[in-house]
Write a protein that binds this ligand. Structure first.
Ligand code: ADP
Ligand code: MG
Length: 281
């Protein structure tokens, strides 16, 4: 974990530009040039009709799948040119993922579910267990630490899943309809937790269908037909512009052998194709 320092302050925790993804045959164009910026400490709700590409966007941001075109930069690191190993390392260090149906391991206790995530990322067993206990304590679940998931309520299970997602102190917490499988009491528990995490500075991108859930976020972004169609606040700012500028030519110094990627500003033609849109949006 030590090889991935925290991102510089001022660098957005997530920058997505011109992201495209088409699945299978016949082709389904799940993403058609999606753009999104999430700054450090923001709590963004992502809404949109079923099939509009929300889960695909989250999967690509988490590095669970690769885009056909476009850029994802997590904590200032562009992911598209990373090897699978480096992508997995970036994900473990910087991304926490929460799903609708918890995906806990049923034969492990709540504590073991959380500690396992830290172990996988390279923590020593004592350190992983201590971190898991701290998280369950913070999430009000320490008294249930030894229970298996099926002894817990839906809201408690999702809180364990959130603790697991936080085990490696992720830069970016992603959640895909985290309240979608919960009754209203469970949803309120989980939502309250997201607000507390946001108050401590956690950056959150949460997909939700629920207007009340979204209303609690700092900013609501809407998707339709594979694009972000409503986002009042997607100005990158100069500090981060270079992150998503297309990669410039590689300069190799013949004396030292040092390789440097020369900066190049975004090609106006590229911008027109992802922002102009026209009939394809
Ligand atoms: P949302 O989360 O907004 O409901 P998704 O990102 O899950 O939307 O899906 C966007 C579109 O891509 C849908 O038409 C869906 O059927 C399709 N899709 C998603 N994942 C796959 C996949 N693995 N294979 C084929 N089609 C997929
Ligand atoms: Mg979905």
């Amino acid at each position: 974990m030590a090889d991935q320092p925290p991102p510089d302050p001022g660098v957005p925790h997530l920058v997505v530009r011109g992201l495209r993804k088409t699945y299978g045959a016949p082709p389904v164009r799940a993403l058609r040039g999606a753009d999104l910026t999430v700054r450090a400490g923001e709590f963004v709700a992502l809404m949109g009709p079923s099939g509009s590409g929300k889960s695909t966007l989250l999967h690509l941001v988490a590095g669970l799948d690769r885009a056909d075109e476009g850029t994802v930069a997590v904590a200032g690191v562009r992911t598209e040119e990373l090897s699978s190993t480096k992508l997995a390392r970036l994900r473990r260090r910087h991304v926490g993922l929460v799903f609708q149906f918890f995906h806990l391991i049923e034969h492990l206790s709540a504590l073991e579910n959380v500690a396992l995530a830290a172990l996988i990322a390279g923590a020593r067993p004592a350190e992983a267990t201590a971190r898991a206990r701290d998280l369950l304590d913070m999430l009000g679940l320490l008294d249930r630490a030894a229970e298996p998931p099926d002894a817990l309520s839906g809201g408690q299970r999702q809180r364990v899943a959130i603790a697991r997602a936080l085990a490696n102190r992720p830069t970016l917490l992603l959640a895909d309809e985290p309240t979608g499988a919960l009754d209203s009491a469970g949803a309120a528990e989980v939502l309250d937790l997201f607000h507390r995490l946001h108050d401590t500075g956690q950056t959150i991108l949460m997909v939700t269908h629920n207007r009340d859930v979204a209303a609690g976020a700092q900013r609501i972004v809407r998707m339709r037909d594979g694009c972000v169609v409503e986002d009042a606040d997607d100005d990158l700012g100069p500090a981060a512009e270079s992150i998503v500028a297309p990669a410039g030519p590689l300069w190799v110094d013949v004396l030292t052998g040092r390789r440097t990627r020369l900066a190049r500003r975004a090609d106006p033609g590229d911008t027109a194709s992802t922002e102009g849109g026209g009939g394809t949006r």
